[in-house]
Design a protein around this ligand. Structure first.
Ligand code: BTN
Length: 245
């Protein structure tokens, strides 16, 4: 399967472009932009998207219900692999889908879909934003975000995109039998065995992150001994004092 690649200088959001193409019947399509004017993050947040980053969304049609929760975590593994292959940086994954390096966020992923009555997806858009060559971030995210360049790694957004698309092809092939990718996700997950804060709306509870389950939920134990498996879309997880630690 080859991706039909569309490259643009500037779009509002590569996810939005893919969704428009999906409505027109497109399949196996990748949209890559040099910058976004209205990049979207998880939980309704925005995603700062200046020149220097890689903003890439892929669209494909058809995904069984049982594979939907697997897509974004495996995409995070695909990003880690592509970064390692192109510049040698060994990244971790902060649950649920942030790719991190030395305690800072390098990449976020936003998956959107159109669901069928059977719970599967008619189409799926996986949007990936990687901080590649930026040299600074605005003060409000400077504590949390970093780029590969700021961490001393040199790669161009175009070179990273090429390898990432190969990894996303491999990821799609792995979706029906994701065991090896799931193990790699667990190995890379920086939260496991560490204290975390589980944020649900305005509420925050301290817990210990224990494991990642078959559906990529994070199993945590609260201070009162109660355990819970939290799901992406419901909660955010942070370190006790900051983004990871
Ligand atoms: C997050 O960290 O909350 C997810 C961020 C996802 C950003 C990417 S950039 C490419 C694609 N287009 C968007 O508007 N969002 C995703």
């Amino acid at each position: 399967m080859a991706w039909d690649i569309r490259r643009c200088d500037e779009v509002d959001s590569t996810n939005n472009v893919c969704k428009t193409l999906a409505a027109q019947g497109a399949d196996n399509t990748a949209v890559i932009a040099r910058r976004q004017t209205a990049g979207k993050g998880r939980l309704g947040r925005s995603f700062r998207s200046p020149e220097g980053g890689l903003y890439l969304s892929v669209l494909w049609r058809g995904c069984p219900a049982g594979q939907l929760l697997t897509v974004t975590p495996l995409a995070a593994v695909a990003v880690c692999r592509a970064i390692e292959q192109t510049c040698g940086a060994v990244c971790g994954i902060k649950w649920c889908n942030d790719v991190v390096l030395n305690g800072k966020k390098l990449c976020g992923i936003l998956t959107e879909s159109s669901l069928r009555p059977d719970g599967g997806a008619e189409w799926l858009v996986v949007g990936i934003g990687v901080n590649v060559a930026q040299t600074a971030f605005p003060p409000d995210i400077a504590d949390v975000a970093a780029s590969l360049a700021m961490q001393g790694y040199s790669v161009s957004p175009d070179a990273l995109a090429e390898v990432l698309l190969e990894q996303l092809t491999a990821m799609r092939q792995a979706l029906p039998h994701p065991q090896a990718w799931r193990e790699e996700y667990r190995r890379r997950c920086v939260n496991l065995g560490r204290p975390v804060r589980v944020l649900r709306g305005d509420a925050s509870r301290q817990a210990m992150a224990l494991d990642v389950d078959q559906q990529f939920g994070l199993t945590v134990r609260y201070e009162n001994g109660e355990t819970e498996t939290v799901r992406s879309g419901e909660v955010s997880v942070r370190g006790l004092y900051g983004y990871i630690e």
